[in-house]
Design a binder for this molecule. Structure first.
Ligand code: NAD
Ligand code: WQD
Length: 338
């Protein structure tokens, strides 16, 4: 059993990962500034797992507070989710993204090293591949983000590579997530975006539950089988389990690992709408509207490095994602709000 510090552990992917860590017996310390989440998610995690993680409201930009957390809880490793993630907002507020995502990670690493903690799992993103030249995407594909959010992830990846070269005690996993969707099968935790959802899946669930009138499909003239954008959607529980495998890997192996976490299978926007309608018996009204600036046509992973190095594969289907995501939305019409 070990103690894992989870930054951003109240958020969407973090809360699902905290559940799996607690269920396997690890002690968990969550730090989060609640800028994009609520403490209710941790209460729900406690109900699901019948265990209690430590929670400290801390901004990772506050080094003094972070030091106190490390002094008190002495974690063995860190899973680092905390950061900002809205692509559009990153264009209008780039400095917030570089502060929270890049400077925040530098702070965290400094405090980790001061406390002799050198094991880090970092949330990177398939967005670092930019517009792919070839598919499926392997980890050695050319990199090139197209917006400040993506660049902040790229910069952190480079910073962590430099850090590991400077001190070989560091053991780092850079996990490039594809498109996480769905929710815990209990329906108790899930994605709870503030305001109008930027992403496809929460938009669909909000249409289904009556919070939004219609889905706008951004373009049907892409070079894809039905003209709509194709992505590698991955169930958030599969993604969470990938983090446990990454921690196991770092306990055994030195160095830095860069690894895609995806299913290897692409689905279009229309595939998603039809699956959601079929498995849940609902109708999703939609309009086709012009392309969203900055969108790419298609993106899916080659997940073989994760299979070989982490012994991890996604096992949950698109139908599972639709069923579990809908259960969460039905049980929580307005998310975590009472
Ligand atoms: P989220 O917003 O639900 O979770 C992030 C959490 O970090 C939130 O609880 C937020 O309050 C917290 N946070 C933000 N800034 C902080 C700070 N300065 N100090 C302390 N806490 C802070 O997002 P998520 O979807 O769970 O994403 C988690 C990570 O995975 C992010 O780094 C994101 O960039 C990355 N990622 C997400 C996706 C996705 O589609 N959801 C895809 C690829 C990568
Ligand atoms: C999926 C498909 C849209 C909304 C974004 C970020 C990326 C990553 C995940 C963190 C596309 C279409 C969407 C809608 C639509 N985050 N769509 N109507 O664009 O792959 O990635 O989130 O790292 O950085 O860029 O995901 O869910 O927004 O879009 O038609 O209302 O759905 O055009 O084809 P995307 P998405």
């Amino acid at each position: 059993m070990s103690t894992v510090l989870v930054t951003g552990g109240c958020g969407y992917i973090g809360s699902h990962t905290v559940v799996e860590l607690l269920l396997r017996g690890d002690d968990v310390v969550v730090v989060d500034n609640l800028s994009n989440s609520s403490l209710e998610s941790i209460k729900r995690v406690e109900t699901i797992t019948e265990r209690v993680p430590h929670f400290i409201e801390v901004d990772i930009l506050d080094r003094a507070e972070l030091r106190c957390v490390f002094d008190k809880y002495r974690p063995d490793s860190v899973v680092h989710f905390a950061g900002l993630k809205a692509v559009g907002e990153s264009v209008s507020k780039p400095l917030s993204y570089y502060q929270n995502n890049v400077a925040g990670t530098a702070n965290l690493c400094e405090v980790m090293a001061e406390h002799g903690v050198f094991s880090l799992v970092f949330s990177s993103s398939a967005t670092v591949y930019g517009d792919p030249e070839t598919l499926p995407l392997r980890e050695d594909a050319p990199l090139g983000a197209t917006n400040p959010y993506g660049r902040s992830k790229l910069f952190v990846e480079e910073m962590l590579r430099d850090l590991q070269i400077s001190d070989p005690r560091w053991r780092i996993a850079l996990l490039r997530y594809f498109n996480p969707i769905g929710a815990h099968p209990s329906g108790m935790i899930g994605e709870d975006p503030r305001g109008i959802p930027n992403n496809l899946f929460p938009f669909i669930t909000q249409v289904a539950v009556g919070r939004r009138e219609k889905l706008a499909i951004f373009g049907d003239d892409y070079p894809t089988p039905d003209g709509t954008g194709v992505r590698d959607y991955i169930h958030v529980v599969d993604l969470a389990l990938g983090h446990l495998k990454a921690l196991d890997y770092l306990a055994e192996k030195e160095g830095i690992l860069t690894c895609n976490l995806g299913t290897g299978q692409g689905y279009s926007v229309l595939d998603m709408v039809r699956s959601f309608e079929r498995v849940n018996g609902v109708t999703i009204p939609y309009d086709i509207v012009p392309r969203r600036p900055g969108d790419i046509a298609s993106c899916w992973a080659d997940p073989s490095v994760a299979a070989e190095q982490l012994d991890w594969k996604a096992t949950r289907s698109l139908d599972d994602m639709c069923t579990d995501g809908w259960r969460w939305q039905q049980q929580n019409h307005i998310g975590y709000l009472p």
